[in-house]
Design a protein around this ligand. Sequence first.
Ligand code: NJP
Length: 231
Amino acid sequence: TNQVAIVTGASRGIGRAVALLLALQGAKVVAVSRSQDELAELTLKTKGVSVIADVADDDDARYVVEETLRHFGRVDILVCNAGVGSFNLLEQVNAAEWDRIFNTNVKGTFLLCKAVVPHFKAQQSGHIVGIASDVAKRTFVHGSAYGASKFAQDALLATLRKEVRRHGIKVSTIYPGLVDTYFNDTTPGSAEAEKTHLRPGDVAQAVRYVLEAPPHVVIDELMLHPLTQDY
Ligand code: NJP
């Protein structure tokens, strides 16, 4: 298709895989993150554009949508993927770390959705895909900050889904289990992770699937896990 897609957190991991798959399928991809070099390298492959932006910054979020419209004249898809996590017992979580997680995962999703929805409403179409987490549906030890942020992001997206459906706008939320990425300062590609984790491309295929639903269908939620994950 010839659709215009904004993908946040596209410099690596899941976002990068989503950007590459959508580009392969003919979308014009606007890749967003804070890392300039990685985005430049990605944009050579996607033949799209990149916008250096912090999703947690209001001006940056609006700038992402403005740049998309300046380059392509429209926007059809927003993939809210940028996210961070760190894991510790609640009393060991410092307040700055809490803020970093909530600002990226919750406020970042809020700001990008807020910036894009008026344009989707004007064209009476558009699709927001949120990359949440399976931990938006359960709790786990060491996950107070990250888990709470993913519950909040999930609630935000579920609310937005109800608010915008009458404007022809879809909101789909994807809940992956463990994915082999750079998340939480890990290094992907180990033989062990290959057995225990999803690959970024698996999540990208889930994004593709929800985007390909017929016009009268919205896939609200899609959860996927590695077969080995005991959750
Ligand atoms: O992580 P990683 P994933 N503004 O670290 C970007 C969820 N998830 O792909 O800005 C803009 O490889 C960062 O770019 P940069 C997870 O919660 C994961 O695994 O250049 N961008 C990079 O491109 C998250 O929502 C697992 O540093 C910002 C990207 O985000 C999503 O999947 C399991 C940013 C992170 O790439 C992608 O994470 C699960 C900001 N302020 C859900 N801050 C898993 N990996 O196991 C970060 O259930 N980025």
